[in-house]
Design a protein around this ligand. Structure first.
Ligand SMILES: [Zn+2]
Length: 483
C-alpha cells in the first residue's frame, strides 16, 4: 500500500465540543470536508490571541488534507458591527474606506504566518440580502419578534435545544432576566434574546444603514455567520471552528438561528481553541501586554517564529506567550535548519538502507499523533527524533545521498502540516582564512612554487574543504561525508 493510501486508513479523531468527546471525522459527502471558521472583525489589526485561533485552524485544515480529505473552508470578515461603524464615523469615512485597510492587513498577516488561504473570505456586507431572508423565515415561524426599540430579536425560549453546545440551561439564563426587567429594560422579552436586525439610530449610526422589510438598520453579528455558512457551504456542514470565546453566546446563537431556519443540524463538529495569555496574564491594553503580529515583527521576530510559537502548544491547552519562549524558538528552528542544510549537502553515492526503520517509525508516530486530536507535541517530538537519529548516522558517515533525499522527502511531508520548515539550499560561507589560502595557492602555482602550493592545499583539506575547478575559476566546497 502506498503512503497516501495508508494515511487514508487512519481514523482522524477530533474533540467535538458538542459531545465533549473525541469523535472520528466522517465527512457528510465522499472524502470532502466543509469547514466554517469565524474570522476577524476588521476594525483594527488582529492580535496574537486571534492568531492563535487562526494558526490552530490552519493546522486543522492541513491535517485534514494530510489524511487525504479535500476541503472547502470559509472564513468570514465581519465588516459591519458596532465597532466598525463607530470607527468609520469617528474617522469621517465610509464603512468601506474604514475596513478595507484592515482587511488588507489581515491577509498580509496570514501570509507572514504561512497560513494557507481559505477557499472563501466572504465579507458580511456582501450578504445582507441573505441575512434579511433568514430573518423573514424566523419571523414567519414566530421565533423572531420586534422589540421595544424596533429591532428584531430571536426568542431563545422558542428553541428548546438552546444551550446544547455550551451546556447552559435556559433556567440559568432566565435567572438574570428579572433584574433587567426591574431595571426597565423592556426591549427584549428575555435577557438572553439576541438581536437579528438592529434598528437604525441616526445619532449612533451616522449614514450607515441598510433598507429592509423591517425598516432601516443592520444585521446582528451572530446572524452574519449563519447566513454566510449556509449560503456558501450548505445547511449542514462538517466542522465549525472558532476560539473558545465564541462558544457562548456566538456559536450557541448560530445554532439557534440556523437550525430554526432550516430544520436541520447545522454542524456535525464544533471545535474551539483555548485562550492565549501573555507572561501569565490576560492580554490587555491597560496592562501593556497586548500585541498584534505587527508589534512582534517590529521587534525583529519573524512570522515563522511566531507561527511555531503558536503551533507548538495543543489547541485545547491555554498558551502562555512569553518573549523568553519566543526567543527559544530561534534555537529550535536553527537546529532544524542546520539539519536540513546538512542533508542537502550529503554527496556519498554508496547505497545504504540504515535509515528505513527510523523514517517508518517517525511517520507512524507523527501521523498517529496528529490523528489523535492534533497532538502536536508528540508530532514535533517525532521530527526531533529524526533529527537526532539521522544526525548520529551523518556523524558516523553512514548516510548516502539517496537516503538523505528520503529523509528530506519525509520532512516535506511533515511540513505540509507544520508549515515552518525551509528546504532552500543556503550558500555556505567559506571561512576567510581558507578563502585567502585558496588565492595564495593560485598565486604560488602561477609562480611555480609547488612546495608552498601543496602546503596551502593541505591546509584547506585539513579544514574539511576540497578545491573545485569550475568555469568561474577554483572555489572551495565543504566535504560533508568522506567518500
Ligand atoms: Zn461566527
Amino acid at each position: 500500500m502506498n503512503f497516501e493510501a495508508q494515511l487514508e486508513q487512519i481514523p482522524l479523531k477530533l474533540y467535538n465540543t458538542a459531545s465533549r468527546q473525541k469523535e472520528t471525522l466522517v465527512p457528510l459527502v465522499d472524502r470532502h470536508i466543509q469547514m466554517y471558521t469565524c474570522g476577524p472583525t476588521v476594525y483594527n489589526f488582529a492580535h496574537i490571541g486571534n492568531f492563535r485561533t487562526y494558526v490552530f485552524e490552519d493546522l486543522l485544515r492541513r491535517a485534514i488534507k494530510f489524511f487525504g480529505f479535500s476541503i472547502t473552508q470559509v472564513m468570514n470578515l465581519t465588516d459591519v458591527d458596532d465597532k466598525t461603524i463607530r470607527g468609520a464615523i469617528a474617522n469621517g469615512v465610509t464603512l468601506d474606506e474604514y475596513t478595507q485597510p484592515y482587511k488588507d492587513a489581515f491577509f498580509e498577516d496570514l501570509k507572514a504566518l504561512n497560513i494557507e488561504p481559505a477557499e472563501y473570505y466572504p465579507a458580511a456586507t456582501d450578504y445582507i440580502a441573505d441575512m434579511i431572508a433568514m430573518i423573514e423565515v424566523l419571523l414567519h415561524k414566530g421565533i423572531a419578534y420586534r422589540g421595544g426599540d424596533g429591532s428584531i430579536y430571536y426568542a431563545i425560549n422558542k428553541f428548546p435545544r438552546y444551550g446544547c453546545l455550551s451546556h447552559l440551561h435556559l433556567e440559568d439564563l432566565q435567572a438574570g432576566a428579572s433584574e433587567r426587567v426591574a431595571a426597565d429594560e423592556y426591549e427584549k422579552e428575555h435577557v438572553a434574546d439576541f438581536v437579528l436586525w438592529k434598528s437604525y439610530d441616526p445619532e449612533r449610526d451616522g449614514q450607515i444603514y441598510w433598507e429592509s422589510p423591517f425598516g432601516k438598520g443592520r444585521p446582528g453579528w451572530h446572524l452574519e455567520c449563519s447566513a454566510m455558512a449556509i449560503k456558501l457551504l450548505g445547511e449542514t456542514i462538517d466542522i465549525h471552528v472558532g476560539g473558545i470565546d465564541n462558544m457562548f453566546p456566538h456559536h450557541e446563537n448560530e445554532i439557534a438561528q440556523s437550525e430554526a431556519c432550516t430544520g436541520k443540524k447545522f454542524s456535525m463538529f464544533w471545535m474551539h481553541s483555548e485562550h492565549l495569555i501573555v507572561e501569565g496574564k490576560k492580554m490587555s491594553k491597560s496592562l501593556g501586554n497586548f500585541f498584534t503580529l505587527r508589534d512582534l515583527l517590529n521587534k525583529g521576530y519573524t512570522g515563522r517564529q511566531v507561527r511555531y510559537m503558536l503551533l507548538q502548544t495543543h489547541y485545547k491547552t491555554q498558551l502562555n506567550f512569553t518573549f523568553e519562549g519566543l526567543d527559544s524558538i530561534k534555537s529550535a528552528l536553527n537546529r532544524i535548519d542546520e539539519f536540513i542544510q546538512r542533508l542537502l549537502r550529503v554527496s556519498t553515492q554508496e547505497d545504504g538502507r540504515v535509515t528505513d526503520p527510523i523514517l517508518n517509525r517517525a511517520l507512524k508516530t507523527f501521523s498517529e499523533a496528529l490523528a489523535d486530536d492534533l497532538n502536536i507535541s508528540v508530532a514535533l517530538s517525532a521530527l526531533f527524533e529524526v533529527i537526532r537519529d539521522i544526525n548520529g548516522l551523518c556523524d558516523a558517515n553512514k548516510i548516502s545521498k539517496k537516503e538523505a533525499e528520503q529523509v528530506l522527502s519525509l520532512l516535506k511531508q511533515f511540513n505540509q502540516v507544520l508549515g515552518v520548515l525551509t528546504f532552500e539550499k543556503q550558500e555556505e560561507e567559506i571561512p576567510k582564512d581558507l578563502q585567502e589560502a585558496l588565492e595564495q595557492r593560485q598565486e604560488a602555482r602561477r609562480a611555480k612554487n609547488w612546495a608552498l602550493a601543496d602546503t596551502l592545499r593541505d591546509k584547506i583539506l585539513n579544514a574539511g574543504y576540497v578545491i573545485e575547478d569550475t568555469a568561474q575559476g577554483a572555489r572551495l566546497k565543504k566535504v560533508e561525508v568522506k567518500p
